[in-house]
Ligand binder design. Structure first.
Ligand code: OOG
Ligand code: NI
Length: 267
C-alpha cells in the first residue's frame, strides 16, 4: 500500500468519528492554507495480537522505520515514533501501547477479556490501523472501572484501533505561522482546546510547540444498553523549530506528549 493511500483511508475513518477535524481543515483551506500532516498517532494494548511490535511490522511494510522511544510511567505507557524512509512529506507516526500488567487486577481482568477476543493473526495488512474495536463493546461499568485508573484504557476499550489524532503542521501554514495564531483562530471559532499544563505544550527552546483540541464527543451505547457521551478523537497542531545544528527537530517530547494524551479525557 502506498503511504498516500494509507493516509487517505485513515483520514476517512478518522473524520467519520471526528467531524471537527474535517471542519478545521476546511477552515484552514478557506484561508488559502495548504494543510499538511506532521504526524498521526495510534494507541494499543501490549502483550496482545495488536501489540506495538506487531503493528510496527505493518508500518515497516509501507516504508516506515522507528527512530525514537518514549516511556510514560504515570500513564503506564510506552511509545515509539516512526518516519517514512524515502517520502519526506509522509506524516510521522506515533505509536503507543498500554502496559496492561501495570494496572490493578480488576482492570487487567477486563482488558484480558477484550484481548482474548482478538484473533491471533489479526495483524495482516496496514488496514489494521483503522480496524476499530476487535472485541465486544464494554459495559458501562467496565468502561468506568478502566477510566478510574487509565483514561487511555477506557478510550481504547470503546474506540479500538484507529487514528487517535492527525496533526496539522504549522510550519507549512502561511497566514497562521505561530501556534498562538492557530490557537486564537480555533478559540474564536468556538473549539475547546486542551488546557492541561497550558494551551501550548513545549517551547521554541525545546524545538517543539504543540496544542490540540479536546476530542469530539460521540453518543455511545454500552453492552448493557446504557448510553453515554464519550470522547472520540481530536486534532493536533505542531510547530517544529530549527536546532543549533541547522536541522528541524523531528522527534517528540515526553513532557508534551504526557499532556496531549489528556485530549481524550472525559472530564
Ligand atoms: C498520543 C499523545 C502524544 C504527541 O504528539 O506528543 C502525541 C495520544 O494521545 O495517543 O501525540
Ligand atoms: Ni501528537
Amino acid at each position: 500500500m502506498k503511504p498516500t493511500d494509507f493516509f487517505a483511508s485513515l483520514w476517512d475513518h478518522y473524520t467519520t468519528i471526528t467531524p471537527q477535524a474535517q471542519r478545521i481543515q476546511q477552515l484552514f483551506k478557506s484561508h488559502g492554507e495548504n494543510v499538511l500532516n506532521d504526524h498521526v498517532a495510534f494507541r494499543t494494548f501490549n502483550n496482545s495480537p495488536i501489540s506495538l511490535e506487531k503493528l510496527e511490522a505493518q508500518l515497516e511494510a509501507i516504508g516506515y522505520k522507528a527512530y525514537g522511544a518514549f516511556r510514560f510511567e504515570n500513564k503506564h505507557l510506552k511509545a515509539r515514533c516512526y518516519q517514512h524512509q524515502t517520502d519526506v512529506d509522509s506524516p510521522k507516526v506515533f505509536l503507543s501501547e498500554l502496559l496492561v500488567e501495570e494496572l490493578p487486577a480488576n482492570c487487567q481482568e477486563i482488558i484480558g477479556k477484550f484481548i482474548a477476543q482478538i484473533p491471533a493473526d489479526a495483524v495482516q495488512t496496514p488496514a489494521i490501523f483503522w480496524a476499530g474495536k476487535l472485541w465486544q463493546t464494554p459495559t458501562e461499568d467496565e468502561y468506568l472501572a478502566l477510566a478510574e485508573h487509565s483514561e487511555y484504557a477506557a478510550w481504547l476499550s470503546t474506540m479500538g484501533l484507529q487514528a487517535n489524532h492527525f496533526t496539522v503542521s504549522i510550519n507549512h501554514l502561511t497566514t497562521f505561522p505561530t501556534i498562538e495564531a492557530v490557537n486564537t483562530l480555533l478559540q474564536n471559532e468556538g473549539y475547546a482546546l486542551n488546557q492541561v499544563g497550558g494551551l501550548v505544550k513545549g517551547s521554541p527552546e525545546l524545538f517543539l510547540e504543540q496544542s490540540s483540541t479536546m476530542a469530539d464527543k460521540v453518543n455511545y451505547t454500552f453492552a448493557d444498553g446504557k448510553q453515554k457521551t464519550i470522547p472520540s478523537c481530536f486534532y493536533e497542531f505542531a510547530r517544529r523549530h530549527t536546532m543549533p545544528d541547522g536541522k528541524l527537530f523531528d522527534s517528540f517530547i515526553e513532557g508534551n506528549a504526557d499532556k496531549i494524551f489528556d485530549s481524550t479525557s472525559a472530564k
